[in-house]
Design a protein. Structure first.
Length: 276
């Protein structure tokens, strides 16, 4: 990544990949980003960005475009740095909720359908606000962590600790909810279902043969398939019980029974049954 500075040492342009660059009316080919050394680029006020961190695993995180900053020694520019900011993906599904008013609600606030967050039957966290093309706020995008919300429900605001906002903030849902995105619990559950399907499918032919000509299915095959279903059910229960992304990451959906942990040498007592 590269950044162009003006005479005051301020960033006025950036590139994430080589592209033609108009520098003071001179069109430079994209090749300069690969062929010129750092000193040659700096001579035309282009600095190679030094990243201060790496992008987080996109499986579990959203990562923003890097924030660029100019480093100086006194008034002398010494470099340009870039820093990624990451946020964990929601654990639960996110819904777009049209409300009578978004006034007083902020991203990161918790919401509930009653006056006390901890005891509310319906809870959620505001991920973002829904806006029109004219940037008019019309709703809240909420990770629903508890209960089933519906048109007509009251939405009360709380801070990230679950304490009611002061002054009190409240509105009403004015339309049916729209599913905006699936949470990580759903994603991981689908992976378990797909694994179960692939493990069962390889032995389906035994049951087709039995239906076709009456040949009995070996007991070992039935035991294996029962074990696959048992493990899938165990994993789905464990996934549903998680309350944080860290807890979800700790659910190992790939381990086979009797696998040996390379760090502890412990033998897995739960897991997918071994293939026949």
């Amino acid at each position: 990544m590269w950044a162009r500075l003006n005479s005051d040492g301020e960033i006025i342009q950036s590139w994430t990949r080589p592209a033609p660059a108009n520098i003071n009316g001179v069109i430079h080919k994209a090749a300069i980003f690969n062929l010129w050394d750092a000193a040659q680029l700096v001579a035309v006020d282009i600095w190679t960005v030094t990243m201060t961190n790496s992008q987080a695993d996109s499986t579990w995180n959203f990562t923003s475009s890097p924030v660029l900053a100019v480093t100086k020694d006194g008034d002398t520019v010494t470099g340009v740095t870039g820093t990624y900011t990451s946020t964990l993906r929601p654990l639960k599904d996110v819904y777009s909720i049209t409300v009578a008013s978004t006034d007083g609600f902020s991203v990161g606030d918790k919401v509930a359908a009653s006056g006390t967050y901890s005891s509310a039957a319906k809870q959620g966290t505001i991920i973002s606000k829904d806006v029109t093309g004219d940037n008019v706020e019309i709703g809240l995008n909420v990770e629903i962590t508890k209960g089933t919300w519906a048109n007509g429900d009251t939405v009360k605001g709380f801070n990230s600790s679950g304490t009611a906002l002061s002054p009190a903030v409240s509105t009403t849902i004015s339309a049916d909810l729209t599913l905006l995105s699936r949470g990580k619990q759903w994603d991981v559950t689908q992976s378990v279902k797909q694994s179960q399907e692939s493990r069962l499918k390889q032995y389906d032919w035994y049951y087709i043969r039995k239906a076709d000509n009456g040949t009995a299915v070996p007991s070992a095959v039935q035991t294996y398939r029962d074990g696959v279903r048992t493990e899938a059910a165990r994993l789905e229960t464990a996934i549903a019980a998680t309350t944080t992304i860290a807890e979800l990451q700790a659910v190992n959906i790939s381990v086979n029974i009797n696998d040996i942990d390379p760090l502890t040498n412990a033998v897995a007592s739960d897991g997918w049954p071994e293939d026949l």
